[in-house]
Ligand binder design. Sequence first.
Ligand code: NCD
Length: 326
Amino acid sequence: MEAKCLHFFMDKIEGDFKGKDILSIDQLSVKSLSKLFHTTDKIIRMLKKKKHFKVLSGKIITLLFFEPSSRTFGSFASAVKRLGGQTIEVQDVGHNSSVVKGESLSDTIKVFESYSDAIVIRHPEKGSAQKAALAATAVPIINAGDGTGEHPTQAILDLYTIYQKFKRLDNLTGLIAGDLLNGRTVHSLIKGLSLYKKNALYLLSPKSLGLPTELINNLAKKIRLVEIEKEADIPTDLYFWYWTRVQKERFKNIGEYEKVKNRFVITPELVIKKGNQHMIIMHPLPRVGEIDPRVDDDKRAVYLKLQVPNGVYTRMALLTLILSRL
Ligand code: NCD
């Protein structure tokens, strides 16, 4: 691959993913997402027919996780291996690597780019994926969550799940609930939905965990955002509910976390009271009490049944478009 130059950094993708970093949903357009979804559809069809398409054969992908993860880590590992590629898996980087000896992020990236064809990174600091992309000169960087910043591949799977269900991503009204301040999946998903016309979102969170003002200001012209403070204000005609966990690890004071942790919980009773027949109930997982397990058997609950498998399929599509072709 050609050396990456500075202007390449945070490039818009416009349907051409080859060799590109995936750092933020801001890089994607409707055209890019359509291409990604089309490739995902194709991959699902091929998997169903048990067709082999080892398009990553001979490629090595480093999974560099500085923050705990089992879902996203496993999902990327599965995606690479299903495509015939191999992984270098470094988890708990802060404890199990030269980072303990004081190595900088930039040096870690420079080392692993010699070992592999792409690096997937998760890191507790907002902006760290961009830093990694600047350090890498020859391989693409994929952001698997940078602190309270973004989680673009989660948003891609969330958008795909909504698209799969409603066959469109415009003219939809949904609810996003939980920790909207610290939840990076929510930041990326709202940006993604704002690319499409006439979407509206009700935002339900404890007052202290509202969507960052900067994000509200940036998105206000593109998507209708309505902040609400109690379950009673949830409209009954929504297309999706997207619930999230309060992000304990982002709190300096655990007492503050305890006060807000399970303020909003989905129960079968809430679904009966405020839900409707066509809606879907989503969650990026892991959940820690904000969805009553009795809701899991409801056919509208898609967090385990659709979002999890879609995570692997969309990541397979993304890796294929960045590193190969179908
Ligand atoms: C999310 C994350 O790490 O941001 N989980 C995930 O990637 N599946 C959500 C969360 O941790 O709450």
